[in-house]
Structure formats: C-alpha cells, structure tokens
Write a protein that binds this ligand. Structure first.
Ligand code: ADP
Length: 546
C-alpha cells in the first residue's frame, strides 16, 4: 500500500526559493575576479537566477542541455548553479586546473552548448575553443566595462544578458531524478569520467551535510568554502546554505593564507572547508597573526588524509576544531565526516587526535562496508583492512555516456555497491579510516605497508611540511617504501633525524629505504599528490642504488 502524501519533487530551485522567502536578507559575500568585495542577499541572488533562466530560454536551451562553467567561487557562479539547474538544464562545472586538452575533451564529451567563464580563464578557452564541436556561445562572467578583447567570435557579457532579461520566471516542476549537474573525475589515468548528479541526489546530500554531525549549518553560521565550486559542487555547500539561512562567503581567486585570514576575520566566518594543502598556508598566516580569525570554530578538511600534526596545530595552537571529511566525485562528494563524540573528550589529546585522523562516520543515507578480494564482508574491528564500498542515494550508478560494460565498471559496480578504490578499516563505533588507495599500497615481502600512515608519521616531524610515500621496485622485497619530503620554510631537515623520528612511531620493517628532500611535490587538479608521477620518476631508485 502506498502512502497518501503529496509527490512534490525535490528540486534545486526550491532551495534558493526557500532561502529568498525565509532568509531573504541573509548575505552572500564574494571576492570578485575584478578585485572588489561584492555583497548581496539571497533574495537578490534569486531574482538574478531567474533572469538567467530567461536568458537560457532566449538562447533556445532545452531541458537536459549542458551548460559549462569555468569559474571561481563567486556570486555569479552561484546564480548559474541555480539558474541553470532550476531551468531544467545541467550545470557542468569544469576544473580549470586540468590540462587544456582534457578540458577540450570534457567539453566535447559533455556536448556543452554554452560556456560561462571567469575573466581569469579566458586564455584557457581561447586556446581550445576552435576544437569545441557543440559549443554555441561563450558568456564572460563580468560587466561591460571589463569585457576582454578576444578572438572568440560573438562573446556575450553576463551582466548585459541579465540586464536585458526579465526577473519574472516560474521555476518548472519536473521529475526529481532529472539531471541537475555534471562533474568529471580528474582522470589521473585514462580519460576523465562524467558523474551526473540529479536534483534528488543533490537535495538529499545537501540536507545531510548541513546536519550538526556534519557542517552544522544554520542562520548562526558563516561558511567560507575554499573547496572550489568548479569541482564536485564545493562539497555541496552552495546548495546547503540557502535553506539553512547560512551566510555564504566566497573567496574568489584569492586562496592564499593571508587573503583567507583577512576575509574570514572581516566577515566573521565560523566554518570553512578545504583540502589539506590549503590549510598549511592558512596555519602559517594564523601563526603570523598570532591567532585564528576571531569567530572561526571549525574547519572541514578532506580530499586527502589529514595529518595528525594539522589536527594538533589547529586545535592546540588556535582552538579551532578539525572535522575530517571523506568522499569522491562519485559520491557527491561527502560520504563520511569525523565529528568526535562526547566520550572522546575524556581521552588524552593524543588519543583524541588518533580518533580525529580517521575519516569519520557515515552520513545518514549512505552505507559503507569493507570487503576482501573475494568480495566477502570484513569485520568492523578497527584493524581488519579491506576495500571500501559505498551505496546510497547520492552515490553514482554509472558514468555519463559510458555503458557499464568496460573492465573498470564491472569492478566498480557490483550488487548495488560502488567500489571506491580506497582501502580502509571501520571500527566498532563506525569510524572509518582510509589506509591507502588500492593502487598506492606498498607490498613488501608479501606484507602491506600503508603509505598514508607513514606520511602521517613523517609530517609530525617539526621540519617537514609535506610528505609522500611511494612503493618502488626492490630486488629482494619486491617493493619498498620511499619517502619524499618538502621542508618547512626556513628549515633544512636532517634525513637521519627524520628516520629516527619515524623509528619511534612505526614498525622497523616499515621504515623507508630512502628519504629524499625535494623542493615541491606534484599536485593534481584537486590538490592531491600525484603519486603515479612520482612512481614513474623514482621507480628504479632503489634498484640503481643496490
Ligand atoms: P578526483 O577529484 O581526483 O576525481 P576525488 O576528488 O573524487 O578524485 O577523490 C576521491 C579520493 O580522494 C578518495 O577515493 C580518496 O582516495 C581520497 N580522499 C578523499 N578524502 C580523503 C580523506 N579525508 N582522507 C584520505 N583520502 C581521501
């Protein structure tokens, strides 16, 4: 028997509509590409999203058509999120840090009809626009005064288009399972793959991340997503702020520690979210200022493992709580968030930090399990490692325009679960901890060594800023760990001291066979260390030495 409740679909337009009606005066503050600090309200944003929807109508856009963006976190990008999806088209965010050839591949694969681009990224698009087959027009996200000279024919000016449009628009109702936005994985191997989110998945995910056990968003919160709107929807934050009445602060292109500190301080930011590398520089700025931005309560850190030294630096140095998050493009992205329990407050600082470096407990809505090589479930005892699988209403069920018949997909989706490619443990309290990517694990003499644990240990050394551990070929043991480190500014760590430091923390047979000091580590388009590139460069490092 079916329930007798209304079938009103969960649509993205309803989020901003609600924000405008209930929290109409709440602010969105954005550092713009042109340099100024722009501020307006949710009701103004809603009016402009409606104008944009009328622009799409004039362009002849139909439901399901893809509209691409290449833009920073800012108010115009926010309007596109709502104007495009609310209209029924698909907002396709593109990561400008990808290689231009990948950007061209993605635009063609998605058959984007229009591209909305920030001034910063004009050169990128000028380099590839001739190869874009489906593209009908490029809209520059600026006003008439800042329109660039360009060889791209028929450029549109965003502000002119909005100006010439009416703000009378009724958001259409349609199936909540309709596609709303599209994001491609970074594709460190092979071509990037498209993950196509729906209105329903986006709403459910944004409700889950807003909860107290996650980002705790409300009218009292001021949130600054450092995580970019150009990759996995800034972890869903732009969708979670309007319906919770949260003030949204967009950092635009200025992501260095000092600029973030200033903006957080000036706007009273209470929470922020970003990848670990971003926070290294914010921590430096905090040390320089002698304090954290005044209202900052917690930072959500994810995308790569959070080192214990970072949890400690935020908490003991500045009284800022670290909440680790884990997820993937394929999971919208958030699957788990680590918020400690009251009972953890009785632990020593060190023991509590050991809990905080886990990736956290699953959000309500998703299920997690770990399995062995034969896909058999493994116990949640905090010790047994296995491949992490996830399922839920915001986990993707196949890639865009790719049938599931290829080898990867066969492995990726099985019995309604998605294989993450991460290796993890889950403890009795439900805290999941990633120990490695399947492809980054180091197998030495038949035993596994966790590169994440080793990196975590190394970054605890007072003179180590960043660390990467890779497995490289070894005649006797098959593979042995190699540690690459970047020194903290103004220091020159001594390798023997790093080795001694590690010896106190990990088993002897885990100790890296060599430690190399490097100027920097190669980072991918989403801020993760490119281990495949390091493996390629150093693959024979130990062979040559032997
Ligand atoms: P890409 O952007 O490269 O396509 P994603 O952004 O989807 O990739 O990255 C997903 C992967 O990032 C996860 O499978 C996991 O390996 C890693 N990751 C994400 N968050 C964490 C975390 N908190 N700790 C460790 N690894 C993480």
């Amino acid at each position: 028997m079916l329930g007798l409740m209304m079938g009103k679909p969960l649509l993205i337009s309803s989020i901003l509509q609600h924000g405008a009606e209930v929290y109409g005066e709440q602010e969105i503050v954005s550092r713009s590409v042109e340099g100024d600090l722009h501020r307006y309200s949710y009701s103004k944003a809603h009016q402009r999203a409606k104008r944009l929807a009328n622009v799409l109508k004039k362009f002849g856009i139909e439901r399901g058509d893809r509209m691409a963006t290449l833009a920073w976190n800012g108010y115009r990008h926010f309007e596109i999120y709502y104007g495009v999806s609310g209209f029924g088209a698909v907002c396709h965010t593109i990561n400008p840090r990808l290689h231009p050839s990948q950007i061209a591949y993605i635009l063609n694969h998605a058959e984007d009809k229009y591209l909305f681009v920030d001034l910063t990224f004009m050169p990128l698009i000028e380099a590839v626009h001739e190869h874009l087959e489906a593209l009908q027009g490029v809209v520059v996200l600026t006003d008439r005064a800042h329109m660039p000279e360009s060889k791209i024919p028929g450029l549109h000016c965003y502000e002119d288009l909005l100006e010439a449009s009416s703000e009378q628009f009724h958001w259409p109702e349609f199936d909540e399972n309709s596609a709303s936005s599209l994001c491609y994985t970074s594709g460190t191997t092979g071509n990037p793959k498209g993950v196509l989110y729906s209105h329903r998945s986006t709403l459910l995910h944004s409700m889950a991340i807003a909860l107290p056990q996650a980002m705790n968003l409300s009218e009292k919160s001021v949130v600054l997503p450092v995580v970019p709107m150009f990759h996995v929807n800034a972890w869903g934050i732009p969708y979670a702020t309007p319906f919770t009445g949260t003030k949204l602060v967009n950092p635009g292109p200025k992501l260095d520690g000092n600029s973030l500190w200033d903006l957080m301080e000036a706007e009273g930011v209470t929470a922020s979210a970003g990848v670990p590398t971003i926070w290294l520089d914010l921590l430096r700025a905090m040390r320089e200022q002698g304090r954290a931005p005044e209202k900052l309560k917690f930072v959500v850190i994810g995308g790569s493992a959070v080192p214990k030294s970072m949890v400690k630096a935020f908490e003991q140095g500045f009284g800022v709580e670290v909440r680790q998050g884990w997820g993937m493009t394929e999971t919208s992205p958030v699957g788990t968030i680590n918020v400690i329990k009251d009972s953890h407050l009785d632990l020593s600082d060190d023991e509590r930090h050991d809990v905080q470096i886990k990736q956290g407990r699953k959000l309500f809505g998703v299920d997690l399990k770990i399995v062995d090589d034969d896909d058999a479930p493994l116990p949640h005892d905090g010790r047994t490692q296995g491949e992490l699988k996830i399922r839920g209403p915001w986990v993707c069920s196949s890639y865009f325009k790719q049938d599931n018949a290829d080898e990867h997909s066969d492995r990726a989706w099985k019995d309604g679960w998605f294989s993450t490619g991460d290796v993890a443990t889950i403890d009795a309290e439900g805290y999941m901890q990633i120990t490695d990517r399947v492809k980054d694990m180091i197998k030495s003499g038949g035993e596994w060594i966790s590169s994440i644990d080793l990196e975590n240990a190394a970054t605890g050394h007072p003179e180590v800023a960043m660390a990467a551990v890779i497995g490289v070929s070894h005649e006797k043991w098959d593979e042995r760990p190699l540690l690459l480190i970047v020194a903290k500014e103004g220091t020159s760590p001594d390798m023997a001291s790093v080795r001694d430091y590690l010896s106190a923390q990990v088993a002897k047979w885990w100790l890296p066979d060599d430690i190399i000091l490097v100027e920097s580590l190669p980072l991918g388009a989403t801020g993760k260390i490119l281990k495949n590139r390091l493996r390629e460069e150093y693959k024979d490092h130990l062979m040559i030495k032997d």
